[in-house]
Design a protein around this ligand. Structure first.
Ligand code: G1P
Length: 287
């Protein structure tokens, strides 16, 4: 199975940082966000990866490329550990890049991968959503896909006041945590929302989605929405949703970015104690 990682968005919620730096390159401790997403795909057995980029996103390509000068210097200095880490990044996966020339929406971005995907089911991992989970989120979706042989999307319940930030599903629970989807609505108002079960940036999609995207008219924010294309797909094929086990962070959001940095740093032995100590002192001071 191949994976598509859309990473062409403008990141306007994270200005001024994203004026000249893609949001996907924001650091989470010491790695850019998109590396966590690529690693999630690899840890789920997917190593053919298509990243949808746009203007100003060249640093993403450079990050996964060989850094000849840097490698040479690290080699000369005998810094083996750093050298191996840097080399490992360029050997992670076969990555293909496709440019989305105009920011016309998530559906439009995914459509750019049509020729590279062909006629197979494929995974989609949004480049600014990081999911911290014991079992990689996209692997959890793959397992449901293998059972039902149909499109699967990742969902989680959200607070009512947040439904307008997400695609929301209406579904019927067919086994614990798995829903058969009846309808999807992109960023509805609280009154329009059929539930508080929200789509969370991970999908296994049927190749039929490409035909559906072709027929999708601009929707919310005048963009070609993947959620609207999924509604068309529902007319012919089934869609399942899985309430995955894990925590999702939206890297486009400043507060989420602060939280994930603290959480990931606390998971690292080298920072854990020092950070807890520091936070305790800081809270006493602030409090
Ligand atoms: C996209 C999808 C939306 C989904 C969200 C999850 O929206 O269109 O359905 O709930 O990702 O991150 P975006 O946040 O890119 O506007």
């Amino acid at each position: 199975m191949k994976a598509v990682i859309p990473a062409a968005g403008l990141g306007t919620r994270f200005l001024p940082m994203t004026k000249n730096t893609p949001k996907e390159m924001l650091p989470v401790v010491d790695k850019p966000a998109i590396q966590y997403v690529v690693e999630e795909a690899i840890n789920s057995g997917i190593d053919d990866i298509i990243i949808i980029t746009g203007r100003g996103k060249e640093v993403i390509e450079n990050h996964f490329d060989v850094a000849y000068e840097l490698e040479k210097i690290l080699e000369e200095r005998g810094e083996r550990e750093k050298l191996e880490e840097i080399r490992r990044i360029s050997e992670l996966a076969d990555i293909f890049y496709v440019r989305q020339k105009k920011a016309l929406g998530l559906g439009h971005a995914i459509y750019k991968a049509k020729k590279l995907i062909g006629d197979e089911f494929f995974a989609v991992l949004l480049g600014d959503d990081i999911i911290v989970a014991r079992k990689p989120c996209i692997l959890q979706l793959k397992e449901v896909y293998e059972k039902y042989n149909a499109t699967v999307i990742a969902v989680q319940e959200v607070e009512k006041e947040n439904v307008s930030k997400y695609g929301i599903i209406e579904g019927e629970e067919v086994e614990e945590g798995v829903y058969k989807v009846k309808r999807l609505v992109e960023k509805p108002s609280l009154e329009e929302a059929p539930s508080n079960i929200a789509i969370m940036g991970r999908y296994i999609l049927s190749p039929f989605i490409f035909e559906c995207i072709e027929r999708t008219k601009p929707g919310k924010n005048n963009e070609i929405q993947l959620t609207d294309a999924l509604n068309l797909l529902l007319e012919k094929e089934d869609i399942y949703a899985i309430k995955f086990d894990g925590k999702r962070y939206d890297l486009g959001d400043k507060f989420d970015w602060l939280c994930i940095n603290i959480e990931m740093a606390l998971q690292r032995e080298e920072f854990k104690e020092k950070l807890i100590d520091y936070l305790k002192k800081l809270l006493n001071y602030v409090g």
